[in-house]
Design a protein around this ligand. Structure first.
Ligand code: GLA
Ligand code: ZN
Length: 663
């Protein structure tokens, strides 16, 4: 099949049929090659129990097909219709407060409910049988943004029983469950698996071990929910691909595990989301990190299934993207590994919750500034997209990222401002601003690919992971560990055999004998003759022979004690950072550590200019993106060709250039 690179999310069911052809023509003129449709249209496809109507969708697919536009079908299971919910109210989810959540939004469903699952099997089977051979249908997206809106769901009786079954399979005996959850505390022992609850809000704190298993169970439930649909689609529509629209760092479902069901991962990218910080400095690195983590979920190129195409907004709105900014954001997605970009949405909807989440076309449907900008962008970039096939960003630095650690810190954040994901992003920022590409790496990933591995907050530990980290360093890797490493076992119970960071102290060369949670205070830190600030936490440690202190605390009762250390181990080095470095300390440390690891920036850093590369064995494509509304300059590499852009070395406002650099 021909490679497709640009598309839109299209909702023909929101508009009169008389308009569809004009839409198709406008899309074709713009260079749109595909649409995603139907992911919320359950009622239109099955208006009542025994009536299925695919006619309208057949017509839309056929009409678009006539204009050379292919279709990705969403299964509409994020929007169970009112007739079904009225007939089977137990489909509605129950939150942790024990409240039934009502009909009228989306995702008002309990994913373990067998009646609901039966409806899904029936509809998805019919859809897959009906569209499996349609030449215009190229792929599927089961449901929509799985995990979205489910953060607090579902604790109904069905989910409770399913959780009990999950625990029984995991622990076999109730004795093992009691030990693994430490239920001797506060008399939480169970005599039988059937006594276990789906965790409702308690009057006091919760059992961290029980809550960690609950998070794992919820993630597995979503994977199972998706697997059921994916199996049906593979059976009847095996020639078409299956993907899903992820949400970057969203954590309800373990995206690595979900990815095993998919041909490739997709993601929804809204850089101007009204819920994000305004200041570019506070979010540019997060946007880049989001794309990098998405690439890591299958360690391969991905698609953007929803790329912002106008002002975002539900009840309140974000800023208007300035001329050029939508293109710069789309190019940023491509730079970090997107092989296709689908814009959300085609036309701004006149009704419903998302009336102000603007599409390429305004409410009026008349093409305007956004249409023209993206038309030009697609026509210019589409020919280049074919050369980018089979290229990937290549990083020499990796950040270890795990959903289980994220769950454990959500359950016990320690400090109001400590977040596992946030911490990873803080390390990421320092590399991003140096133009050093970064991969996120799962625990089961190949550590050996990286010169430098940053592993912040490795709180839950296992002997296998300890071995893996130690082998990595022994074989010459540069590893950075931090505070709160090796604290717990995988049941979320504190380990007691050794001082922190447990067995890893052999590699790290430190033993943490005490610590301080800083609350609202900061601590001063001396590094290379300069004073900096650090936050959240201070580890107080004893250095083992050969360990060198790189930085010292410079305030509090532990002023003068080491704060950042390095220890040679085997062929490599292990750094230990006992606090959360503020930005100036982080930047200084990362410069030093990257330098020692022999990692070179892609380009000399320039303010507001993002640089990223995609490469294969022969070529390297350098992306240089100006995120500012003013002209910027950068120092171009010596041997390179400008593939897209005005002038080598200078960037107009929001200009995004592509350079081919000889290898
Ligand atoms: C998400 C969803 C879309 C839409 C947009 C805008 O990304 O997947 O269905 O709701 O947000 O709100
Ligand atoms: Zn439920």
């Amino acid at each position: 099949m021909k490679q497709l690179h640009f598309g839109v999310d299209y909702y023909p069911e929101h508009w009169e049929r008389g308009r569809w052809e004009e839409d198709a023509i406008l899309m074709q003129e713009m260079g749109i090659q595909m649409v995603r449709m139907a992911e919320f249209s359950w009622h239109k496809l099955q208006p009542s129990e025994d009536v299925f109507d695919f006619g309208w969708l057949d017509e839309a697919i056929g009409l678009l097909g006539k204009y050379g536009i292919y279709t990705i079908l969403g299964t509409p299971t994020a929007a169970p219709p009112a007739w079904m919910v009225n007939k089977h109210p137990q489909i509605l989810p129950i939150d942790r407060m024990g409240r039934v959540r009502g009909f009228g939004g989306r995702h008002h469903d309990c994913q373990s409910n067998p009646i609901y699952r039966e409806y899904i099997r029936k509809l998805v089977t019919k859809m897959a049988q009906h569209y499996g051979d349609n030449p215009y249908v190229i792929g599927w997206q089961p449901d929509n943004e799985l995990g979205n809106s489910h953060q607090d769901l579902c604790t109904c009786e069905c989910c409770r029983q399913r959780f009990q079954g999950w625990l029984q399979r995991k622990y076999k005996t109730v004795l093992a469950l009691n030990q693994s959850w430490g239920t001797a505390f506060w008399s939480q022992e169970y005599n039988d698996f059937s006594e276990v609850f789906a965790p409702r809000v308690t009057v006091t704190g919760e059992n961290p071990s029980a809550m960690l298993d609950w998070r794992r169970f919820c993630s597995d439930l979503i994977v199972d929910f998706t697997r059921e649909q994916a199996e049906i689609i593979r059976k009847y529509a095996g020639k078409q691909f299956i993907t899903h629209n992820y949400m970057g760092f969203a954590d309800k479902v373990d995206y690595y595990k979900l990815g095993e069901l998919l041909d490739f991962v997709s993601h929804d990218q809204y850089p101007g989301g009204f819920y994000l910080p305004e200041a570019p400095h506070e979010k540019n690195h997060v946007l880049a990190a989001t794309l990098d983590v998405v690439r890591s979920y299958k360690d391969q190129p991905f698609w953007v299934m929803e790329q912002q195409s106008g002002i975002t907004g539900w009840e309140v709105m974000g800023r208007a993207p300035a001329p050029g900014q939508l293109s710069a954001w789309a190019m940023q997605s491509i730079a970090h590994g997107a092989d296709a970009v689908v814009f959300f949405r085609w036309r701004t909807c006149a009704m419903g919750t998302e009336q102000y989440w603007h599409g390429i076309l305004p409410h009026s449907g008349n093409p305007g500034r956004r249409y023209q900008e993206l038309q030009e962008f697609i026509q210019e970039v589409n020919p280049l997209m074919d050369s980018l096939q089979n290229t990937m960003p290549r990083a020499e630095a990796g950040i270890v990222f795990s959903f289980e650690q994220e769950y454990a810190f959500q359950i016990q954040p320690h400090h109001k401002d400590l977040s596992y994901t946030g911490q990873a992003q803080k390390y990421y920022r320092a590399l991003y601003e140096q133009n050093i590409p970064v991969d996120f790496v799962p625990e089961q990933g190949d550590f050996g690919k990286y010169k430098l591995l940053l592993a912040p907050l490795q709180y839950l530990m296992s002997p296998e992971l300890e071995d893996k980290f130690m082998d990595y360093v022994r074989q010459g890797g540069h590893l950075l560990l931090t505070m709160r490493t090796g604290v717990k076992d995988r049941n979320n119970l504190c380990m007691t055999e050794r001082e922190l960071p447990g067995r890893l102290s052999e590699a790290a060369g430190v033993e943490v004998l005490d610590y301080d949670c800083l609350r609202d205070a900061s601590v001063k830190v001396l590094f290379a003759g300069q004073e900096h600030e650090a936050f959240i936490w201070s580890d107080l440690m004893r250095l083992l022979p050969q360990t060198e202190a790189l930085a010292y605390y410079n305030s509090e009762f532990y002023a003068g004690e080491p704060c950042v250390t390095v220890h040679p181990y085997g062929e490599g080095r292990c750094y230990y950072v006992g606090t959360e470095p503020g930005e100036s300390l982080m930047d200084a440390l990362m410069k030093e550590i990257c330098g020692k690891a022999g990692i070179e920036p892609l380009l000399a850093p320039a303010a507001d200019v993002e640089c990223m590369a995609r490469e294969n064995g022969r070529e390297r494509y350098l992306f240089v993106i100006n995120h500012s509304g003013e002209a910027r300059h950068y120092q171009a590499p010596e041997k390179c060709r400008l593939l897209r852009g005005g002038q080598l070395g200078s960037l107009k406002a929001y200009e995004a250039q592509i350079l081919a650099v000889g290898k």
